[in-house]
Design a protein around this ligand. Sequence first.
Ligand code: INI
Length: 162
Amino acid sequence: MQTYPTNLDATGLSIAVVVARFNHLVSARLLEGCRSTFLELGGRAEDLHVAWVPGAFEIPQAARLLAESGRYNAVVTLGSVIRGGTPHFDYVCDGVTDGVREVMRETAVPVAFGVLTVNDIEQALDRAGGCEGNKGADVTRAAVEMAALLPALAKPPAVDAS
Ligand code: INI
């Protein structure tokens, strides 16, 4: 068996973060999870570039431009969509999930999906540094892992030593 190498080493990586201002308290906590995880993994604060957008619906457009810029090893998307009493929730959720998926598929740049889709603010805060962890931290790990893996897929894996 031969396995493509993966790691969680952010040394030398540049990452762009697109974060929605809507539900700002949640976004700020997700962003802090992202920032602290990037630093823990060896990244430098000056290599984490943050673009605030009005809401989750705007995330894909900014994520695409950043991914296509050639400046970043990965893009992290952060925000929260909280269910209200109207179908608006579904349209915003569809827009951001479909849009981020398209950017992932149509660029060679890893794009991590850290947009919470939840029923209420409590569920959002639970997942933004509360009892359910911090999705911003989780997706930053995913972005760093994919940033190492994707370039390695360009050639066959090295033969395992074992
Ligand atoms: N944007 C969010 O990021 N979260 C939400 O919960 C939300 N709700 O509920 O409406 C939301 N709406 C704004 C939307 O993302 C756009 O910014 C707006 O429609 C302008 O295009």
